[in-house]
Design a protein around this ligand. Structure first.
Ligand code: URA
Length: 212
């Protein structure tokens, strides 16, 4: 067992907060446990809770398209979330819930992986790293250091892109494209030969089945 496998086993048995009783089970991470790039989303939605995989539902599918546009496929990076248990009714987790969960799990994941760059997807992930005053509209696209010393950049969450329409959606998609490109380039500064991409997008649904 590598360290992430044993962490996954511990996560399966987590009952540290009340969110656990309202979901099927915690959702951990997916991808390469040695990846220099980690993408941190908000928390599992309904599809993620059903399949036990982060970012596999509508947001994840849009994320995969965006990643493909910068020549990244999911199995070469690691995707995870701030919060591991789906809040009832898909509500946004509170900053307190996010902190309790991420201080316990996400910090351990990152300590094991030691990524060269982190992409914080959306406001919940940004606020976890930067504090409750941080605003995604002001801070996306700017590099910062997390309290644990990782280089990180925030970008818009795919669920936000899905809610936008028209020119606003096109502009925000371009912003995300540039942020993903910047993160890829940041990794290549220190790991110049890192292999980010397969010939095909990774078929997540072929590898995960519904759990209950
Ligand atoms: N699903 C996830 O796993 N994370 C998100 O941030 C949104 C949907």
């Amino acid at each position: 067992m590598n360290d992430l496998n044993s962490l996954a086993h511990d996560l399966d048995n987590c009952a540290s907060c009340p969110l656990r009783k309202d979901c099927i089970a915690p959702v951990g991470w997916f991808g390469d446990s040695h990846s220099p790039l980690v993408i941190v989303g908000e928390g599992p939605g309904g599809v993620e809770d059903e399949y036990g995989c982060p970012l596999i539902g509508p947001s994840g599918q849009l994320l995969d398209k965006a990643l493909w546009s910068v020549k990244i496929t999911r199995e070469h990076i690691l995707t995870t979330n701030v919060i591991k248990c789906r809040p009832k009714g898909n509500r946004t987790p509170t900053p307190e819930e996010a902190k309790i969960c991420a201080d316990k799990w996400l910090t351990q994941e990152l300590a094991i992986i030691q990524p060269k760059a982190i992409i914080a997807l959306g406001g919940v992930a940004l606020k976890y790293f930067r504090g409750p005053q941080a605003r995604i509209t002001q801070e996306r696209g700017k590099w910062f250091r997390t309290p644990q010393g990782y280089d990180a950049i925030a970008t818009f969450h795919p669920s936000y892109l899905l809610r936008l329409t028209g020119k606003a959606q096109i502009a925000a998609k371009w912003d995300v494209f540039h942020d993903l490109q910047a993160a890829r380039a940041k990794v290549l500064e220190t790991v110049p030969d890192y292999h980010f991409c397969s010939d095909q997008p990774y078929p997540l649904f072929r590898h995960f089945t519904k759990r209950n």
